[in-house]
Design a protein around this ligand. Structure first.
Ligand code: ATP
Ligand code: MG
Length: 557
């Protein structure tokens, strides 16, 4: 059993109180219940770490259950993808995945039970009429003219629904609760619909499908779930969740629903519908594009699962919805990578630097520390020669004020190597600098002057003769609005056309050995993940500057 952290969130407080009072015989069982109709995103990760975390901490169990009651939008490919993503997130279900569709026979029998006891009826009205008759807050509901059919008639009709006697949408089964209830969900909610749609597991075995409300609590009860944790939108459904379970002869304890605030992040959309639009309208390359907040996207981007989990622990679980700044998540990613990522040199916008007094053809190998935060990471040898690549931005022919990098007549440090002084530059017909010329001081080997003189800047570099080519994707926010979709705006209104800038970079030889998916720090530029399919392509995970710290400072003012 893992020690629960010092201060418990309200869900864990409840679970703890329940175990101490002996409720559910002290047992704890949770579940993560995705619908297999899309890929997991960072919001799901919150629910995953909450459910699996509680099971770990309280010596309980947590299962993955596919809530597969809507065959129209569901697919087996999502079933597989969700399992892969869970594994990558580092959680392990307590057993093989479960499927709500496996419970269709039991759930159907329970519906028959309700009908026999006069607690459910078949309604022949259209979905629109039923919805209109529901009324609203302070507005009375209207009872269906079919509400008082006999149990026998209802049972016959319900079997007819199952056996194909009626068209899709022509009849539904409804619970008979109270058309004047204050809680709209209790105004005779629909339990079953007719849909002649093949299901990815049951094929055409069923043409009637239970609704979420008539399947979820029942699935929980069948599995022995004790704590059914869901997001706040379902708070109003709780009365119905309880009503359904209260009518049934359950195999064990009655599960209890608890709601928590979903994760919202600035500059991020999480609704599957909007994420699908991003993919289908070609704004990103796919669900696993490094700009997507999907688990696959974050993984490609180089976000470590441990950092995502640490972030979730920090923001904790609340009862009120709020929006968390994405910079906080990035800060967790940066902190983690600072400890683990090897340092490398890469030039994303290469400009040639020629050292005119370098001995012709000579190569010096300099020893460079792999990670100053991790002595065990060792050192590597990096070649230095008379022709180097430096960043275009690190040289100005005519420097603006406060420009401390290379410019004619100024001396700077080439990291871990030598001091160099620019002498002049070669320009093309349009006046663009295409080559910088410089001299070096052989006394400054290792990057320090024996006479103690200082330079104002240190630059990274790559030996031209030894450089490898790499493609580098630099990212900016996909959505420039901090709260996309606020005030009923289209969440994609603020799509950033420049969210990805791709450059052809020159990188040091050691980057030829990077593994797919590995994240390294490019000195001065940020953390970069080698693509999952091609290790010569890099995605900028995060920059080096801690923007979260700046936000905190601004808030304190
Ligand atoms: P969408 O509305 O985009 O389709 P969903 O919530 O319906 O998403 P599900 O597959 O049903 O997607 O979600 C599985 C579980 O993940 C649910 O328990 C849901 O409450 C939880 N979840 C989804 N989004 C978030 C979020 N942003 N924060 C926390 N939990 C979430
Ligand atoms: Mg859902």
């Amino acid at each position: 059993m893992q020690e629960p952290s010092e201060s418990l969130d309200f869900v864990r407080e409840k679970v703890k109180a329940d175990t101490e009072s002996g409720k559910f015989s002290g047992r704890v069982q949770t579940r993560f219940p995705p619908e297999p109709n899309g890929f997991l995103h960072i919001g799901h990760a919150k629910s995953i770490y909450l459910n699996f975390g509680i099971a770990e901490e309280f010596d309980g169990q947590c299962f993955l259950r596919f809530d597969d009651t809507n065959p129209e939008t569901e697919d087996i490919s999502y079933v597989d993808a969700i399992q892969e993503d869970l594994e990558w997130l580092g959680v392990a279900p307590s057993g093989p995945p479960k499927f709500a569709s496996d419970y269709f026979p039991q759930i159907f029998e329970w519906a028959e039970d309700l009908i026999r006891r006069g607690l459910a009826y078949v309604d022949d009205q259209s979905a629109e009429t039923i919805s209109e008759q529901r009324g609203g807050f302070g507005q009375p509901g209207v009872e269906s003219p079919f509400r008082n059919r006999s149990a026998e008639e209802n049972l016959g009709l319900f079997h007819g629904m199952r056996d194909g006697a009626f068209d899709d949408g022509s009849k539904v089964l409804r619970a008979k609760i109270d058309m004047q209830a204050d809680n709209m969900w209790l105004r005779d909610p629909v339990l079953y619909r007719i849909r002649r749609v093949p299901h990815h597991r049951t094929n055409d075995e069923w043409i009637v499908y239970p609704t979420y409300d008539w399947a979820h609590g029942q699935s929980d009860a069948i599995e022995g779930v004790t704590h059914s944790i869901c997001t706040l939108e379902f708070a109003d459904h709780r009365a119905l969740y309880d009503w359904c379970l209260n009518q049934l002869e359950l195999p064990g304890d009655k599960p209890e629903q608890t709601e928590f605030a979903r994760l919202n992040l600035t500059h991020t959309v999480m609704s599957k519908r909007i994420l699908r639009r991003l993919v289908e309208d070609g704004h990103v390359d796919g669900w696993d594009d490094a700009r997507m907040p999907t688990v696959r996207g974050l993984r490609r981007r180089g976000y470590p699962a441990e950092a995502i989990r640490a972030f979730m622990d920090q923001i904790s679980v609340a009862k009120v919805n709020s929006v968390v700044e994405i910079e906080l998540l990035e800060s967790f990613v940066r902190t983690h990578l600072n400890r683990t990522a090897l340092r490398r040199m890469a030039v994303t916008k290469p400009l040639k630097l020629v050292i005119t007094n370098w001995p012709e053809g000579e190569v010096e190998w300099v020893d460079v520390v792999n990670n100053p935060e991790d002595p065990d990471a060792g050192t590597r040898s990096v070649p230095f020669s008379g022709e180097l690549w430096i960043e275009e931005d690190d040289f100005r022919l005519e420097p603006p004020p406060k420009y401390y990098r290379l410019t004619p007549g100024r001396e700077v440090r080439l990291r871990n190597a030598f001091f160099v002084t620019a002498t002049d530059a070669v320009t093309d017909d349009e006046g663009n600098v295409i080559e910088v010329r410089a001299t070096y001081d052989p006394e400054t080997r290792g990057g320090n002057a024996p006479d103690g003189r200082k330079v104002k800047s240190t630059m990274h570099w790559v030996s031209a003769e030894h450089a490898l080519d790499a493609t580098v994707h630099l990212y900016d926010r996909l959505l420039t609005e901090s709260h996309p979709g606020a005030d009923d705006a289209d969440p994609l209104d603020s799509l950033n056309p420049a969210s990805r800038e791709t450059t052809e970079a020159k990188v040091e030889p050691a980057l030829g050995e990077v593994a797919t998916g590995e994240v390294v720090q490019f000195e001065r530029l940020g953390y970069f993940a080698a693509d999952l399919d091609d290790a010569s392509v890099f995605h900028r995970t995060v920059g080096l500057r801690d923007e979260w710290a700046n936000i905190q400072k601004r808030k304190q003012k």
